[in-house]
Design a protein around this ligand. Structure first.
Ligand code: NCD
Ligand code: ZN
Length: 421
């Protein structure tokens, strides 16, 4: 089937252009103008909205398995497409956790026919010897939680060096949740020092191993400084969440909306904000971390982010706080480049047809009860923002029409090495 997307302002070469996009067999087959419109079975009129490459989230917790009551592959990827994400990278802190090849393969198989967007799977190796086989089994990247290692996972310097050497050998990347438990205070508060110390420790080990590092959700000014000062020496990148970028403890009841790392004070939040805008922070990750309301009451950290992250950024764009170019970098281009993804992220002939349509002039009130995610909580609940995703197209198929999901599960693919990265 041939599909044309007409009347869009299309993001091409860092500009919005009046271009017609033709899609065939899941790929962008032609870009055309009004004078040479290609024939098509179906035309979609996007009514002068923005057409953008689909966003890529490098930090999603889709849960499923024993945590299906919090979120599962169906609800998690529906939330992704409703929020304009066409590819998400899924975190390994599931139950059971993704610590070896057997669990990774089981998870990929479970996901296969149930996902609405494309999904890459992280793993968190217990044994350094497993790293290469995990990579060959399509692990998109590796992740460690320095403050919460999995059972029998040794994250001492000696063992981390082994793991990092192996990751470096297979040219992959290690995502690090950098918090040092020993520096939490007596009430178990996640201090600034615990983050800064952990970042510096990993930078030191990266220097010894040449392992590529991605620091997830950096929340402190000093942490960003440490990363910035070492970027020319080691291959490191970092991410911020929309909540650490926009919210602080002056605005939000941080106990009710607890997350790890926790929301920080205004000074740290503003430093994160400015670093996202200036380019010192490379990527925005949603850290979509769904929990049931009962689990939240019991203090579980995190909240869903997939459905609100892009609208929040568009709202900042409409307020002249960030450019569309920068949004493209932090939500599309940098995630793709850093994680080595192929054939996506550009509206160009031959690229996969993963596209989203955005109405930047439409006001929306964030309402947790409308989330497709099972998690109905958010510190942004009630915020009025400009920017709505009005369509999501994945692998050439319209999956979301602005109101509901209109494709069947399995429209998304499990990302595979050699094909996708
Ligand atoms: C995450 C979760 O719930 O899985 N929670 C969070 O507050 N960020 C864990 C994590 O990403 O560290
Ligand atoms: Zn996370």
């Amino acid at each position: 089937m041939n599909l044309n997307i007409i009347n869009g302002r299309v993001w091409i070469n860092s500009n919005l252009e009046d271009i017609i996009i033709s899609i065939k067999d899941g790929k962008i087959s032609k870009l055309a103008n009004q004078d040479n419109i290609p024939e098509a079975d179906v035309s979609i009129d996007v009514e002068n909205n923005i057409v953008f490459p689909g966003c890529v989230d490098v930090h999603s917790h889709l849960r499923d398995s024993e945590f299906s009551y919090k979120e599962d592959f169906i609800s998690g990827t529906q939330a992704a497409v409703a929020g304009g994400f066409t590819t998400v990278l899924d975190m390994p802190n599931t139950d059971p956790p993704i610590i070896n090849v057997k669990e990774l393969k089981k998870r990929q198989n479970n996901a296969k026919n149930r996902i609405f967007c494309n999904v890459g799977f992280y793993s968190s190796p217990i044994k350094s010897e497993d790293v290469n086989q995990l990579r060959l089994s399509n692990a998109i990247a590796f992740k460690i939680y320095l403050h919460k290692p999995f059972e029998e996972q040794d994250l001492s310097d000696v063992n981390l060096i082994r793991i990092m050497n192996r990751i470096s050998e297979c040219d992959s990347i290690l995502a690090v949740h950098a918090e040092d438990r020993q520096l939490f205070d007596q009430n178990n508060n996640h201090t600034i020092e615990s983050e800064v110390h952990a970042i510096n420790r990993i930078i030191k080990l990266a220097k010894q191993t040449d392992c590529k590092i991605h620091f997830v959700h950096v929340s402190t000014k000093e942490g960003i400084e440490a990363i910035k000062n070492n970027k020319s020496i080691v291959d490191i990148s970092c991410e911020a969440t929309p909540h650490h970028m926009i919210l602080n403890t002056e605005k939000i009841n941080s106990e009710k909306h607890y997350c790890e790392p926790p929301l920080r004070d205004k000074e740290n939040q503003e430093a994160i904000f400015n670093s996202v805008v200036d380019g010192e922070i490379d990527i925005i990750g949603t850290d979509h971390a769904p929990h049931s309301l009962r689990d939240k009451d019991e203090g579980k950290p995190g909240f869903p982010g997939l459905e609100i992250t892009l609208p929040l950024m568009i709202d900042l764009y409409m307020k002249n706080k960030i450019t569309l170019q920068r949004i493209y970098e932090i939500l599309v281009d940098n995630p793709i480049k850093r994680f080595g993804l192929r054939n996506i992220g550009q509206i160009k002939e031959g690229y996969n047809a993963d596209l989203i349509v955005i109405n930047e002039n439409k006001m929306n009130t964030i309402n947790v009860n409308n989330f497709l995610s099972k998690a109905k909580n958010s510190p942004f609940d009630g915020n009025q923002i400009l920017g709505v995703v009005t369509k999501t197209i994945i692998n050439g198929q319209v999956v979301f029409d602005g109101k509901k999901i209109i494709a069947s599960p399995g429209t998304g693919r499990v990302l595979e090495k050699e094909v996708d990265f």
